[in-house]
Design a protein around this ligand. Structure first.
Ligand code: BES
Ligand code: ZN
Length: 660
């Protein structure tokens, strides 16, 4: 049974190890399945977390020690994961694995280890969860050590050749753990319902820097060995790793940026408001708990805008736009230092408790730093995206996905990553704030973080806390159940309007009517003549300048353009506005509009964009839009073939669905 499965894992394994492992597995399988033939069948996904096989309720990892060799030639990690377990009488400890080759499992402190029996259960039908690794243990076992190697089926890790990096001298590696990919590079109990501390010793090629979601070095080590400590307990999806030709630049005592040399100074300038953002968040929600807050500008293939790995946020390089127009992504990842990292969703069904709170806090930070008008603008833009997504969810095969509390059993937790968790979640909190008043709301959110810090939270528990600490004491009735458990957006949801965006819609209307709003306009003004009383008439030309408006304003303009607009007019517009060369948000809107217009003159620039950008939020909708038209679909398929080697598995797997 599982032996065939495991043997498939062995392709890239050295022969000596292979023989040793085969012997070991034969031995393990025989003893285990002989004793208990139904063992693998009885391994069910645990009740509390439908996305983990681990038996966390019986026994769980308290501390993880990693000893790993990072091998860029084989593109593998090789070593041992040492788990210090909770006190327990359990007879088995179950871990999640996905694609790793398990060499052996031992029990006992380092140096006094003895081998343990283990079995590897079947892969789930859709290969989403991976496999359970079941280790037989005597009662009271404290240390379980799993010796392993990652394989080419490791979806978390992205290995990049030197020629495809910014500096071009060294290769590069990064991990993406959320939601259930940590199990593809570390055998562990991969559920957000458990928290663990970790340390790691890594050996990387000399001349390279290694960083983790932990206390990090600021300089390269001389021998390629690095030691890391994460002393505060975190969920497994936040364990993260990057190795590359990376440098550091401090922004203040407790925060700074890491990047490859060509990006370092630009990133430091782009993110210079970061210290102020931390101060703003602290004054709202209490002290920043993690000591250091650094950002690393990731490789262009990074599939997200940002990822809140504790102490070291990963950021997509496209956020470094040159004009600070996209820094709200930094505010978002910083906000996760409270919502998500300090107080964590118990399972992926409660994802809105991570992301809804985070968007709410992101807007509060943006308001503190740049004013209410800008935060309202962000809010309205996101509301538009939510309404669009709610329409598509309502007509999909899973209309229940528009509930805040999700039911993702049997599905990929990635399916929950929609605007519902983010924007409906944030609008729930904003509507609540408008009902109780900001003062009470702020005190409540602060108390919530204080109560649940370093714990996990589920919707039901949050509901009780909300009633007890905010609604009952203030005699407030609120339709919480409707928000949490019903589909769509409740009627009492706040509407937030930004005047700036109204103006942009009026510009779009004029364009839709055929007017060229970018054409120079002759105007007359009166100017003073030196030394004379009389003024003189002067004619001048005025032309709408793209620099006069911020990204979110142009986004709204582009989204409000009608599809009946002439294609030649779009080409003419781009010659002046250069939307096709702007930052990635605008490029994306521009390409989407032109794909829908079947304007094929954009193909050369679109192709470059699809090859150079890894962020799924942009490239997936573009491929989807192309797939609507048969000739464009064929073209898109050929671009995907060329580009996919440069995508992280998160983006690659989602896009392959489009062509299935
Ligand atoms: N934690 C998420 C990214 C994520 C979610 C990865 C679920 C895997 C599974 C991160 O904080 C995030 O929300 N990123 C957004 C940023 C945006 C909302 C400002 C993104 O990448 O688009
Ligand atoms: Zn987030």
């Amino acid at each position: 049974m599982q032996l065939t499965e495991t043997v498939k894992n062995l392709e890239s394994f050295r022969l000596s190890n292979l023989l040793f492992l085969l012997g070991l597995l034969l031995f393990s399988c025989k003893t285990e399945s002989d004793k208990n033939p139904t063992l693998t069948e009885s391994i069910k996904v645990s009740v509390q977390d439908p996305h983990s096989y681990s038996n966390i309720r019986e026994i769980h990892t308290k501390h993880l020690s990693l000893e790993l060799e990072v091998n860029f030639d084989n593109k593998t990690l090789y070593g041992v994961a040492r788990h210090r377990m909770s006190e327990s009488k359990a007879k088995t400890a179950i871990f999640d694995i996905h694609g790793e080759t398990i060499q052996k499992v031992t029990i006992g402190k380092k140096g006094t280890e003895r081998e343990a029996d283990f079995v590897i259960g079947k892969m789930d039908a859709d290969s989403i969860l991976g496999q359970p690794l079941v280790v037989t243990i005597p009662s009271g076992t404290e240390y379980i050590n799993i010796y392993y190697q990652t394989s080419d089926r490791c979806d978390a890790l992205e290995w990049i050749e030197a020629e495809n990096t910014a500096s071009g001298k060294f290769p590069y590696l990064y991990s993406q753990g959320q939601a259930i990919l940590t199990r593809t590079w570390i055998p562990l109990q991969d559920s957000p319902s458990n928290r663990l501390t970790y340390d790691a010793t890594l050996h990387v090629p000399k001349g390279m820097m290694a960083l983790m979601s932990a206390e990090n070095p600021k300089k390269k080590s001389t021998d390629g060995t690095y030691h890391f400590e994460m002393k505060l307990p975190i969920p497994s999806y936040l364990i993260a790793l990057t190795v590359g030709d990376i440098g550091y630049r401090a922004l203040d005592k407790r925060c700074g940026v890491y990047a490859e040399a060509p990006m370092l100074e630009r990133a430091a300038t782009e993110f210079q408001d970061l210290p102020q953002m931390i101060n703003a968040a602290e004054s709202l929600y209490g002290p920043y708990a993690w000591g250091q807050y650094d950002v690393i500008v990731q490789h262009q293939s990074f599939p997200f805008g940002g990822m809140e790995n504790p102490m070291l946020t990963f950021i997509n390089p496209s956020i470094v736009a040159g004009d600070r127009s996209l820094v709200s992504v930094i505010a978002h990842e910083l906000a996760h230092s409270w919502s998500g990292n300090l107080v964590t969703n118990e399972s992926w069904n409660d994802f809105w408790l991570n992301e809804g709170f985070t968007v709410y806090i992101e807007h509060r930070i943006m308001e503190e730093l740049y004013g209410k008008e800008l935060s309202n603008t962000l809010c309205e833009i996101e509301h538009f995206e939510l309404i669009e997504e709610l329409k598509s969810i309502a007509s999909s095969s899973h209309p229940e996905d528009s509930r805040l509390y999700l039911s993702l059993k049997g599905r990929n937790p990635d399916d929950g990553m929609t605007s519902v968790a983010y924007v409906k979640g944030a609008y729930f909190l904003k509507t609540l704030e408008a009902t109780v008043g900001r003062k009470k709301m702020d005190a409540f959110v602060k108390a919530y973080f204080e109560e649940y810090k370093f714990k996990t939270i589920r919707t039901e528990l949050f509901h009780t806390f909300l009633n007890k600490n905010l609604l009952y004491p203030n005699n407030i009735e609120f339709n919480t159940d409707e928000w949490f458990y019903l589909e769509g957006l409740p009627m009492n949801s706040l509407t937030i309007k930004s005047k700036r965006l109204e103006l942009m819609r009026s510009y779009a209307k004029r364009t839709n009517r055929g007017e060229d709003i970018f054409a120079p306009v002759k105007k007359v003004r009166w100017v003073k003549v030196k030394g004379k009383k009389k003024k003189r008439k002067e004619t001048y030309t005025e032309q709408l300048n793209t620099k006069a408006f911020i990204t979110q304003e142009w986004q709204t303009y582009l989204r409000s353009l009608s599809l009946s607009i002439d294609t030649a007019k779009l080409d003419q517009m781009d010659r002046y506005t250069k939307f096709s060369e702007a930052n990635n948000e605008l490029k994306f809107e521009w390409f989407l509009l032109n794909i829908r217009k079947e304007n094929r003159s954009i193909r050369p620039k679109l192709k470059v964009f699809l090859i150079e950008t890894g962020r799924r939020k942009y490239i997936l909708p573009l491929y989807r839009a192309l797939a609507v038209y048969p000739t464009d679909k064929e073209w898109a398929r050929s671009v995907f073939k060329e580009a996919q080697g440069g995508y992280h598995s998160v983006s690659r797997n989602s896009i392959s669905e489009v062509f299935k």
